[in-house]
Write a protein that binds this ligand. Sequence first.
Ligand code: ARG
Length: 294
Amino acid sequence: MAHVVTSVAEVPAAIQAAGRRPPCRRVLMASPGHFKVESAINPWMRDEQGELNRVDTARAAEQWRALRAAYERIAIRVDVIDAPVGLPDFCFAANQSLALPEAVVLSRMANEERRREVPYFEHWYREHGYRLLLLPDEISRFEGTGDAILHPGLRLIWGGIGPRTEEAVWHFIARETGTDVIALRLSDPRFYHLDTCLCLLDERSALWVPAAFDAASRALIEAAFTRLHAVSEADAANFACNAHCPDARHVLIQQGSSKTVAWLQQAGFVPLELDTGEFMKSGGSVFCLKQELP
Ligand code: ARG
């Protein structure tokens, strides 16, 4: 029976028992048409003076197009869902759902500001023939792949518990999809989603921000990955862990994280540096801007 793993002793068995998962071949991106910073729902959305960050809409559109083109260059198909008016965070397509091979789990956004995004994704999935899994009413917080990272090559989920996602959802998802979940507790408000402090590269390699986790969670990560790179403070603040490695080789990453990029190269990965600066003003980078589709 699939379950939620919380102890180091269970990690090797969960890895062993997990079935194989093919590499990512297709992603869903949400157009940045109405992207803005309208209110601060995470610590990155204000400048030093405490003012809301100002987004340059034209630059954001350009950066988004470059990300899309980067996926297409490495042979990943990109589907696009159009942004409705009045939903400034809609472009962060990682958060409204978690698309698993068994079913798509729709999110329950922690902030009122983002709740209206989910029905648009629901509609898109229905139109495209996906099976949906609806959360029970008791679950009040779940933000999709912001807090759910799929283990490369395996049918195994790393699940964040923090400001945006509550623990109970992992028991539900493990039970309903038959997928083990290794649960990690986030402990630093700057790293409010798991995808801001953990980036899985291949079956045994990952980038992470150790200080963003409690001690028990750090031990779980250390038990699973033999090649772990703790990113520098500067790279962590530059969203280095919000990179995306869809194929265990190419790593799409915010430009300027020089130490992380050097580590990736010596470890045999191919970093593809991109500018997501406008989206970082809202607390997100590469990983947040897409949903992997099975
Ligand atoms: N402003 C958005 C929010 O706070 C950014 C989401 C970034 N997404 C992510 N997966 N980290 O909800």
